[in-house]
Design a protein around this ligand. Sequence first.
Ligand code: GCO
Length: 476
Amino acid sequence: MNRRDMMKLAALGTTGSLLIPNQAYSFFLDPSFTKADFGPNFKWGVATAAYQIEGAYQEDGRGLSIWDTFSHQKKNIKTGENGDVSADFYHRYYDDIALIKAMNMNVNRFSISWSRIMPEGTGAVNQKGIDFYHKVIDRTLELGLEPWITCYHWDLPQALQDKGGWANRDCIGWFNDYVDVISKAYGDKVKNWMVLNEPMAFVAVGYLMGIHAPGYRNFKKFYAATHHAAMAQAEGARVIRSNVSGSNVGSTFSCSAVMPKTNADKHVKAAAKMDSLVNRLFIEPAVGKGYPVNDWKLLENIYKYVQPGDEEKLVANFDFIGIQNYTRIMVKHSLWPPILWANQVKPKNLVGPEDITDMGWEVYPEGIHQVLKQFAAYPGIDKIIVTENGAAFPDTVEGNSVHDAKRVDFYKKYLAQVLKAKQEGVNIQGYFCWTLMDNFEWAEGYKPRFGLVHVDFETQKRTMKDSGLWFKEFLK
Ligand code: GCO
């Protein structure tokens, strides 16, 4: 760290837009474990996504993405909001990245906006887009943090959606070309790469449920998009490996412990279908097991889009996998939705959940232990990073403090379960919080706040929450 940074860091908490209250927060610390229990080389970080934080949606040659289109259409976002400005990270990255350092973390996981790099999705490269992420990476490195890049966090260039998006097989090639550009541009500086963020989420929620961009409710498009994204996760890994010497390549998976409501056969079968969709859909082809069709025959339709030679290409040989966990799913047999014949028991209908977040998700710390074990059991999984975990709760803003006791409690309980899995032998090498600062929560708008840092979206003032201070103290 140079002198200027030291001065900047020293100034944090006193003046300016970065507020870190100076009180001692050691009373937060849970005596049951310490940072040292996770080992000396454990990676601690925060994760963010381009569309959720950057704003500047028309600046410096950026093309439009499906999330610009989707959020600008009426009724898609519950609050009617969009990511046009968001947390304005595009202009504030310099100070925002310092907040990660101020929490004593050592990793900055962020995603690259494909349409900043290639405004039309293919072809011409936008030098200003390339330059922006160089600045983000350089800032990250100069603070002594490791940059971890997510190539794709859901913001497909709109020009490619106009040609069918992930439902078009050409998307595999478009994606490879984009990954080729960014891995060549940043490969000298960045060794840690995640190909896709939660493919199950963007194909199921975007192509089947119609809740996320591009907003389709279409089984055929869902099957096609699933196969093309699964191909892209493996092909993308190979592109990175060939361009980046000493690379550490993985991809991230959304996962939730799935359990049947009771041991009744119909609930058990329903849970198995849900597990195939929610947890198994992308990891199994990546480890050479093919699509998880045994418990949910309908998924056999994906094979209509599989061409000769694809099955070998689906195998990714990841150096690590990213586990992203928030809640569990308690499943009951149900006539709705038809075809899946399975539905989630709403957390509010469960008996005595620990708590329910602003997303309506049950707080269930044991669930992260369960999914870590479940994913570690696949062949060829050597290393796991928890690439996202966190919670949305309302914050209490009081002067220059932001109190979020429930979030602090959430992190302590989930971390205890991560540690338990690690002590039982799962090779977990890092833990990244979702997320650095409050941001655009997709179809939910700005209402659910997941940040360790509070953002006042009127003034863009940042204030570290008690949870951020907890990490600062815990990681000291
Ligand atoms: C996700 C994402 C994040 C979300 C977070 C909370 O994977 O869903 O990576 O973009 O904001 O999970 O919903």
